[in-house]
Design a protein around this ligand. Sequence first.
Ligand code: SF4
Length: 89
Amino acid sequence: MELKIGNVRINRRAALRTLVGVVGTGCALDLATSPARAAKMSQAAVSYQGSPKGAQDCSNCKLFEAPGSCKSVDGAISPQGWCKIYVKA
Ligand code: SF4
């Protein structure tokens, strides 16, 4: 299938490849140039608590970094803690 943009014809595969490249480059630049966005959230902002919520706790969350930190939440994080952005590992 071909797409026509003005007087230029490109096939769908080439258009998708170009789109993926542009979006990927934009995301990489955004991460590299926006330190505020890469900063961790405060514990208060995510309602962090030092105890589990049922079977959910930091030790089985994808974002936990042993022995006591989190990829997304600032400060000391207990393996038995929990917050509202928990992601099951
Ligand atoms: S539940 Fe997950 S995201 Fe929340 S503080 Fe613990 S490790 Fe971080």
